[in-house]
Write a protein that binds this ligand. Sequence first.
Ligand code: DQA
Length: 143
Amino acid sequence: MKILVINGPNLNMLGVREPDIYGRKTYKTLVKEIMSHGKKTGTKITAFQSNCEGRIVGKIQKALGKYDGIVINPGAYTHTSIAILDALKSVNIPTVEVHISEVDEREDFRKVSYVRLFAEKCISGKGFDGYIEAIDYLVKRGE
Ligand code: DQA
């Protein structure tokens, strides 16, 4: 099974960015943790991060025929991007939406998620463990 893990804008700033909300662990650590979980579960994981909406759309389009599942934390694009939603719908790959923080308990604008209209599952407020749970969900789904 091949899973593409996409992180959107400012997630490269993990560890520095608002540590009271997102914690002190870095993006590099996140990648290490998901890669090691991939090995444990016999899953091939590719990690991709971009601050650009168009690059995320392009990466999703290119996932067609290459990946069995997508884990996506679109960052702030969660709340604005119909383009990312449409890209996910275009390739129709099973998708789990992840947020490190509990988005539904923050500002009202964070309660809106376009991606959630397509994603099979949304995991939020569980920190880095949310990515692990998302991978496990896709692995189980593919069995
Ligand atoms: C986030 C929540 C978003 O509202 C925010 O814009 C992010 C990170 C999260 O992981 O909790 O960049 O997706």
